[in-house]
Write a protein that binds this ligand. Structure first.
Ligand SMILES: N[C@@H](CCC(=O)N[C@@H](CS)C(=O)NCC(=O)O)C(=O)O
Length: 176
């Protein structure tokens, strides 16, 4: 695995452009095959490599997992803006949530509660990559100290304890 310093523009070099159509991270390099866009990467890895399944195999559950991922990446913009990933990797924000972000948070909680019910450990029968997306969105709030229903905060914290997530979360990062 190779990390890039985005603040230093390492993704805008011609060398990186040669491997990444989008010049964004993440990009997978698998031999002479190059692929950007995280959902495309996880679907490719699931199709090609054995090991821990990233998506449910049952078609309807798989479609719902993709639905969760696509929704979280295209909606809830005020949360993504006001609780950026700096909250996850560097430090909390001390600005209160705007009314628009509060509204987005309520929408997120309602959807997460519907998906998880009262007692589910994961979104589907077993862990899948959409659990990471949902936990990441919730943790923008949880790790910042914003109010999150206990059931959802517990789910997000548990998901964050997963070894692979901890490996990723504790990668060295350049100072801000
Ligand atoms: N839709 C893309 C988004 C990727 C993305 O936003 N990457 C950011 C870092 S989290 C990035 O590379 N930013 C640098 C830039 O756009 O110049 C995906 O899911 O992979």
């Amino acid at each position: 695995m190779q990390t890039l310093d985005l603040n230093a523009g390492a993704n805008r070099t011609s060398e990186y452009a040669g491997t990444s159509l989008t010049q964004r991270v993440p990009t997978l390099v698998d031999g002479d095959f190059h692929l950007s866009e995280s959902s495309a990467i996880t679907e490719y890895l699931d199709d090609v490599y054995p090991g821990t399944a990233l998506y449910p195999t049952e078609p309807k559950a798989k479609a719902h997992a993709r639905q969760v991922q696509a929704w979280l990446r295209s909606d809830l913009l005020p949360i993504r803006q006001e609780r950026s990933t700096e909250v996850l990797f560097y430090r909390p924000s001390n600005a209160p949530l705007s009314p628009a972000a509060e509204q987005a948070a309520q929408k997120l909680f309602k959807a997460a509660e519907t998906l998880l019910g009262q007692d589910r450990e994961h979104l589907f029968e077993t862990w899948c990559i959409a659990d990471v997306d949902l936990a990441l969105m919730l943790n923008r709030l949880v790790l910042n100290g914003d109010a999150v229903p206990t059931r959802l905060a517990d789910y997000a914290k548990r998901q964050w304890e997963r070894a692979s997530i901890q490996t990723w979360a504790s990668l060295p990062r350049p100072p801000l």
